[in-house]
Design a protein around this ligand. Sequence first.
Ligand code: NAD
Length: 296
Amino acid sequence: MNPILINGKEVAQQVRAGLISQIQELKDRGVTPGLAVILVGKDPASQVYVGSKVKACAELGLKSFHYELPEETTQDELIALIHRLNADPEVHGILVQSPPPRHIDESAVILNIDPRKDVDGFHPVNVAKLVLEDETGFVPCTPLGCMELLKSAGVATAGMHAVVIGRSMIVGKPMAHLLLGKKSNATVTIAHSRTTDLPGLCRTADILVAAVGRPAMVTRDFIKPGAVVIDVGINRIPDATRPRGYRIVGDVDFDGVKDLCSAITPVPGGVGPMTIAMLMANTVKACRQLTQEAAH
Ligand code: NAD
């Protein structure tokens, strides 16, 4: 089988292009969408992610408010900053780069973000809105991006059996809810570290989403011929031939499974580029909703 290679870079570019007219419309009304990005500490990977988010804002003409706080910032200080941003009319989206240092309780911090500005979709109000299929809520960016990839490849999800491997609040659970919702109508199974006969279960999947964090765990014996495979995993493995000494691989053994699939996302270049594009989309949506609220 010659699979469709789902190109995340292209789809992310289309998503960004689709935002341009919405951003212009807001600017014509005197409002520029603004995203506040907070990083506590100096984790190098987090610094790279934050840099990409700030750059994406600049490319689309969004305002970004970038806070790099020292490692020893207290939880109360961080929450005080969030309260200021909640009240700032120029800020429509707020995110705290994960993971914060150990002395900070991430859930307690997220509870303090105004749910209307929670563009990561982690606040319990937004989790509930996803389950309730209330589209005013915010859905975590990575699973939202996976849905865009399925759409772009013309995957008909209704009635299909989707297996999501991984039950995190950031990827697995929201992904499962999106697939289950009335817009997608898939029949969904969530697998996790305690699932028995994972390969056998996955072989029943028309759509297989891997969000585990284990390099090349999904091998040929996981794949039903003709399945669509979405690989969310981002894993660093040592590679002395690369300048950085490592390379990035997904959770799926891409070369080993691709001929069995009808469509598949590569890593890198699949789900990865979608996450920031959907963050931009969520920020524009937050701005639109807050602006409409203010007008009423
Ligand atoms: P997580 O560690 O929070 O969750 C992993 C899940 O995998 C858990 O629910 C666990 O039950 C399950 N699991 C672990 N071992 C398993 C096994 N042997 N069999 C079946 N299930 C198993 O991770 P996460 O935050 O959901 O991220 C998952 C992967 O996706 C990671 O590689 C992460 O880097 C990547 N990720 C990518 C993006 C992106 O932008 N592309 C965004 C977020 C996460």
